[in-house]
Each structure stands twice: as C-alpha cells, then as structure tokens.
Unconditional design. Structure first.
Length: 69
C-alpha cells in the first residue's frame, strides 16, 4: 500500500444505510475486495475501478454479499 495512493470516499452501507469514509488504495489497480460495515458488520462487496493510463481512481461500486458486481 502506498500512502500517496490512498483516497477517501464517502459511501453508504448497502444494508443499514450508515454513511462512512472508505479508504481506497488506487495503487493496486482495478480490483474487487470486501469491507465490513463499521456499524452493522455486514460484508460489503467493493469493485474498485482505476484508470490504467493515469492510475487515478475512477469509481467505487458497493454491493451486498449476494449481489453480482
């Protein structure tokens, strides 16, 4: 993980709708991962899209554990 590649995004839990700040590491490139909600502890799927040209974070998509992202 590179500290300069960390970006904070304000998101909402797809289960309990709690807003929270998500730290995303764009240095890993586009990838899928999981994060637990800080309030209800439900598993949240994350799809991280990073530009292969600029290396900048393009989008973060959240879903429930049974969603297909």
């Amino acid at each position: 993980m590179h500290e300069d590649a960390l970006e904070s995004r304000s998101v909402r839990c797809p289960y309990c709708d709690t807003p929270f700040a998500l730290q995303v590491d764009a240095s890993q490139g586009s990838h899928a991962t999981w994060e637990d909600c800080p309030r209800c502890c439900a598993p949240i799927q994350l799809r991280i899209e990073v530009s292969s040209i600029s290396g900048e974070l393009e989008s973060v998509t959240l879903g429930r554990d049974d969603d297909v992202l």
